[in-house]
Design a protein around this ligand. Structure first.
Ligand code: PXL
Length: 277
């Protein structure tokens, strides 16, 4: 069985980060080890959340794992607790990875033109250094703009997205995927560019809502599918479809929570998709 180490926070309640990565990756038949970056009472869209930074645990965990001679097929990072933690995560990669470890970085730090509340303006520069070490990065438009000093636009054309992808690759990542891309009303998707400048994109119907945690769902599904043998392109397709299907299912539930999606309800859909791959 393939083994992923996922480095992100535990939001005790919130349907995001590790409470999404663990069940989704496990359901995909891939082992998910975790490295919690912080424990929060909820995600940061609530007010009054508590947060315990676990930075002092990251490298001791890495060293213990190294001593145990464990191989990780992927290291997948998400929400980090502080700008200082970005350097520790880079060091974590160096200590734990080997030549067969895929580094998959979701620079979860911003959306809709704005940094998440816990981060200062210097954070994106530090996160860009984590992205520099990655095989695959999956920022949304806001995160990509912040890391490349590009003005954030909601009205754009394909050349804007291609330029942004080129700037992301210039950070050092081998493949860059931009999420939340739309060139056509009613469609939303992802576009990836490799070091040769080749692009691939995939779109689903845009649903008339935006839910918290869907980025984590997309990333978890994408890296999980790659561990199951999918190419990045196939993985992006499955991840986009699963995310869209989950938002659809959430909207159909009149009692759905405001703070996250009903991804639990669509795990059977995801498992079926994997079987067809
Ligand atoms: O879904 C990204 C995320 C993860 N973890 C925490 C968050 C957020 C987004 O706001 O607050 C703690």
């Amino acid at each position: 069985m393939k083994r992923i180490a996922s480095i992100q926070d535990i939001s005790c309640l919130g349907k995001c980060s590790l409470t999404v990565a663990l069940p989704v990756i496990s359901a995909m038949g891939v082992e998910c080890a975790i490295v919690p970056t912080a424990v929060l009472s909820t995600h940061t869209m609530f007010t009054g959340f508590t947060c315990k930074d676990l930075s002092d645990q990251l490298l001791p965990i890495a060293d213990h794992w190294k001593k145990e001679n464990l191989h990780f097929d992927a290291i997948y990072t998400g929400y980090l607790a502080s700008k200082e933690q970005c350097a520790e995560v880079c060091e974590f990669f160096d200590r734990v990875m080997d030549e067969n470890t895929l580094i998959f970085v979701d620079p979860a730090m911003a959306d809709n033109g704005k940094l998440y509340p816990a981060f200062s303006a210097e954070f994106p520069k530090e996160m860009a250094k984590v992205c520099a070490k990655a095989d695959v990065i999956v920022p949304n438009l806001t995160e990509a703009c912040l890391m490349t000093d590009t003005p954030y636009k909601t009205n754009y054309d394909e050349s804007y997205i291609r330029t942004l992808l080129q700037k992301l690759l210039a950070l050092g990542a081998k493949k860059a995927v931009l999420t939340g891309v739309s060139f056509e009303e009613g469609k939303l998707g992802a576009m990836r560019m490799d070091q040769e400048g080749n692009v691939f994109s995939y779109f689903t119907d845009r649903l008339p809502v935006s839910f918290h945690g869907t980025g984590d769902l997309f990333s978890s599904c994408c890296v999980g599918a790659m561990m199951r043998g999918a190419s990045l392109e196939q993985a992006l397709t499955v991840a986009a479809d699963y995310t869209a299907e989950t938002i659809r299912a959430t909207l159909e539930n009149p009692d759905h929570a405001w703070y996250g999606v009903d991804f639990e309800a669509t795990i059977p859909y995801l498992v079926k998709r994997l079987e067809q791959m």
